[in-house]
Design a protein. Structure first.
Length: 485
């Protein structure tokens, strides 16, 4: 049986390995959310930073609920393989991780209180935070938030743990960590700050003031297509390294990380791995969220309806490919005119990345959490475009595709993978064939529809017309009508 990856002593010569003595560098980062994206992105930049300039910046990773990945990493002394797929697969072993925590919120809280931790970073997905973006405050109906408000000394959710750790550090006279959100959320630093302050306010107004005055919440923009790990991922990692690796991850060659450079307790030299340290992330963030993530959601729902399994299949479809480009162009029209962003070139690069034949990124993986993603990726830019007097047909089409997909799921007795999945299923079932009722019901969910769209009958009529046509004639026919128009 192939030996488990536990050290770097007998790796093939063409496998890149950590360029530093792991034992000489301590832990300085606690990262919540050990998913594939973190392992293919922030941890790789940190590996490069350690090789370039050293420092006590290795990572202690943690999952609040699941144990499987932390246990796999611990069995491998924190080592794992990144398989980079393009024309030829390349393997790299990452050494930035130390011991990991899985399924033990109390242990995560203890780790966050450790004075050695100077950065607490997060990739926990949009739905895990429990923040009301409209109010910039806690969502007290969120299950984890409600539980942590009830038991603030034994938190198990993201905001509860971050707030409790800062409270403990303040009482001990320990400098606060920098809280670094790396999830795909607009102004993610400000959003995380609002959630933590909301949690603190409900417990101790003095703590809220201290956090507001002393804790940094830099904004970030992250980008690297990272498909879900499959058996093939593990098989290819073993073939490339000669070792069995149960924490391996696969990804594309492209990677981007734009970071607001505000770290009072210091940071790794992430720029050594190509990170961009800037004063304001917002223009980059908007471009990525609206162009990449927005078109990703469109191709995911359309791909599911057209039985297109992978992203690469969607950009090979002669009817869908030009509509993906159209969506990017509509999104680009809403972007700020800022130095450092070039939407046309970015769109061309995105289409090339989506077409990468070596990346098996499933549309089903992307077609999740629509109620968290659609408002930010489609509805907010649509509202901006309406204010500018622009053409919103691309966004009307996208919303209609999503609603048609929800309706199809409901007819099969299925709910979408979404924090409001049951509500969406009920709304689609109740609406039946009534297109206007389905739109009203879904867009009536709290927090979905921005004010700029809520009362716009023209936008709603355009969605209803397309939804009805999709349900009568099929998505393929409507796609061709969109192209002809």
């Amino acid at each position: 049986m192939t030996r488990r990856l536990t050290d770097c002593t007998d790796l093939p010569r063409d496998v890149q390995r950590p360029g530093y003595d792991r034992a000489a560098h301590g832990i300085g980062i606690l990262h919540l959310g050990l998913g594939a994206f973190h392992r293919a992105h922030q941890a790789v930049y940190t590996d490069d930073a350690l090789a370039a300039e050293g420092g006590d910046w290795r990572i202690r990773g943690a999952n609040l609920r699941s144990r499987e990945l932390p246990e796999a990493l611990n069995a491998q002394n924190g080592l794992y393989t990144v398989v980079e797929r393009s024309g030829q697969e390349r393997a790299r072993v990452i050494g930035a991780h130390g011991a990991a925590i899985g399924g033990d919120p109390a242990a995560v809280l203890r780790a966050a209180c450790d004075p050695a931790i100077r950065i607490l970073s997060l990739t926990v997905s949009e739905k895990a935070y429990g923040i009301d973006r409209a109010a910039m405050d806690l969502d007290e109906s969120h299950a984890a938030v409600a539980a942590d408000l009830a038991r603030p000394d034994a938190p198990a959710g993201v905001l509860g743990i971050v707030t409790a750790a800062l409270r403990t550090r303040r009482a001990a006279g320990t400098a606060p960590f920098t809280a670094l959100c790396c999830d795909n959320l607009p102004e993610n630093g400000a959003l995380l700050r609002a959630g933590v302050l909301g949690m603190a306010r409900r417990r101790d107004p003095d703590l809220e003031r201290w956090i507001a005055e002393n804790v940094a919440f830099p904004a970030t923009m992250v980008d690297r297509i990272t498909p879900a790990v499959t058996d093939r991922t593990l098989e290819d990692a073993a073939a490339l390294t000669g070792h069995r690796d149960l924490a391996a991850v696969e990804t594309e060659p492209f990677s981007q990380w734009v970071i607001e450079d505000h770290f009072p307790q210091g940071r790794p030299a992430w720029e050594a791995g190509g990170a961009e340290l800037v004063g304001d992330v917002r223009a980059h963030e908007a471009m990525k969220l609206r162009m990449l993530n927005g078109s990703h959601s469109l191709l995911a729902y359309a791909g599911q309806m057209l039985d297109l399994t992978y992203v690469r299949d969607t950009v090979d479809d002669p009817d869908l490919e030009p509509l993906i480009r159209r969506h990017m162009q509509a999104a680009a029209a809403t972007l700020p005119k800022a130095a450092g962003i070039e939407p046309d070139g970015y769109a061309r690069a995105l289409m090339a990345r989506f077409a990468n034949p070596a990346i098996a990124h499933e549309t089903l993986q992307i077609a999740t959490d629509g109620t968290e993603k659609v408002p930010l990726r489609w509805l907010a830019p649509a509202a901006d475009l309406l204010r500018q007097g622009g053409d919103v047909r691309a966004f009307q089409f996208a919303v209609a595709v999503w609603l048609a997909w929800l309706s199809d799921l409901a007819q099969r007795g299925e709910a979408p993978n979404d924090p409001r999945g049951a509500a969406l299923q009920d709304l689609a079932r109740q609406a039946g064939d009534d297109d206007a009722a389905l739109l009203r019901g879904v867009m009536g969910l709290p927090g979905l529809m921005p004010a700029g769209l809520a009362g716009d009958e023209g936008f709603a009529d355009g969605v209803i017309d397309r939804l009805g046509a999709i349900r009568r004639n099929g998505l393929r026919a409507v796609m061709r009508q969109e192209l002809a128009a």
